[in-house]
Design a protein around this ligand. Structure first.
Ligand code: CA
Length: 367
């Protein structure tokens, strides 16, 4: 071989090595699913939650920002057929709650009707709205200006009509105080007993409260109503605060992702502005809970709930420190202080959900 041919071959070999090395380096830059961003986002197609036939639901909501995100989640899901949205005071007053629900549905492209409940609790006392989501419940970000209006009909009547029309089929997803549901039970217990299931975002679960050390906000806003709901004999699955904490929380990076995704993502992200400020001021600047969104994930994808515990749930209604605490007696657990096991095991308590998949499922839904 001539010297020039040798030099040429050597150059080709060196060039090949350089290209190969660059290729390897590039491959190393691509994050593997288990190395992807801070929360380990994995390709959405691998989440494994299948779409099923649409189930008839009513969403009962006090329409703060997390309710709005949950309404959008439901409206964008093929698994749910939203017969209507019933609103009540809680995070904000009734009129504002109604506007927020209408706005969320509008953003999601849903024409589900909205019905207003009464602005008073089960004891007919005015509900004092308290929101960590800002004055308008939507982050005070100038987002709320819906085109639509609430229906003339009453929320409680709409729940009852739907329960009678779809016995053993209708599910209610409760994202606020239980006032509307309890009033419906009081008016027609038999019709309400035909509700297939109530999904309740409420109670501290097996963790600590947020309204008090033992009470969660939705129950605390109307414990008498929650007690009526628990004692009704309706099939209830409870998603407590413990399920939406920790890995289920949305991080700052994920809010940036929402902002970049599309107009729905921007709307949801901005509605959480005040809540994120609240968390930051209270020493938790990295992530926030989205309890109503998480409860909605449980309702949309029943497989998202990995474990439930059959319990007797007992709601405290005294005016002392334990007001609105819900005590869970777990079926099969031997309590030293209990003489008998003759309890009505009236709830399924969510004990494990697929927390890491929550945000990815949400992002997939709003495409
Ligand atoms: Ca709520």
């Amino acid at each position: 071989m001539k010297k020039s041919a040798l030099v040429f071959s050597a150059l080709v070999f060196v060039l090949f090595l350089a290209v190969f090395a660059a290729g390897c380096a590039q491959q190393e830059d691509v994050p593997l699913p288990d190395q992807a961003d801070e929360k380990g986002s994995v390709p959405l197609t691998n989440l494994g939650y299948e779409k099923g036939p649409a189930r008839k639901v009513i969403i009962d909501t006090d329409s703060g920002a997390d309710d709005a995100s949950a309404l959008i989640f439901a409206a964008k899901s093929e698994n749910l057929d939203i017969l209507g949205v019933t609103v009540l005071a809680g995070n904000v007053g009734l009129e504002q709650a109604s506007k927020n629900a209408l706005m969320a549905l509008q953003i999601a492209g849903s024409d589900a009707p909205v019905y207003e409940g009464e602005p008073v609790n089960f004891l007919e006392e005015e509900i004092e709205a308290y929101s960590v989501y800002g004055e308008d419940g939507m982050g005070d970000a100038g987002l709320v200006d819906p085109l639509g209006k609430a229906e003339d009909g009453d929320a409680v009547e709409f729940i009852l009509e739907s329960a009678r029309k779809y016995p053993d089929e209708l599910e209610i997803i409760s994202l606020g105080p239980a006032t509307n549901i309890a009033k419906a039970i009081e008016k027609d217990r038999d019709a309400m007993k035909k509700i297939k299931k109530i999904w309740s975002m409420g109670t501290a679960g097996l963790g600590v409260g947020n309204a008090t050390p033992v009470a969660e906000f939705n129950v605390y806003a109307d414990p008498e109503a929650y007690k009526v709901m628990l004692d009704s004999g309706i099939n209830i699955t409870i998603v407590g605060l413990d399920m939406c904490r920790g890995e289920a929380e949305w991080t700052n990076a994920q809010f940036r992702q929402l902002e970049k995704e599309n107009d729905i993502g921007k709307f949801v992200s901005r509605s959480f502005t005040k809540l994120r400020e609240f968390y930051e001021a209270n020493g938790s600047p990295e992530s926030v809970t989205n309890c109503d969104g998480l409860a909605m994930a449980c309702a949309i994808y029943p497989d998202f709930v990995k474990k439930t515990i059959k319990c007797h749930g007992s709601c405290m209604t005294d005016r002392g420190e334990t007001r609105a605490q819900v005590i869970f007696y777990q079926k099969g657990f031997i309590y030293d202080g209990m003489l008998s096991d003759e309890l009505d095991y009236n709830v399924e308590l969510a004990a494990e959900v697929d927390k890491p998949a929550f945000f990815d499922l949400y992002l997939e839904a709003i495409q």
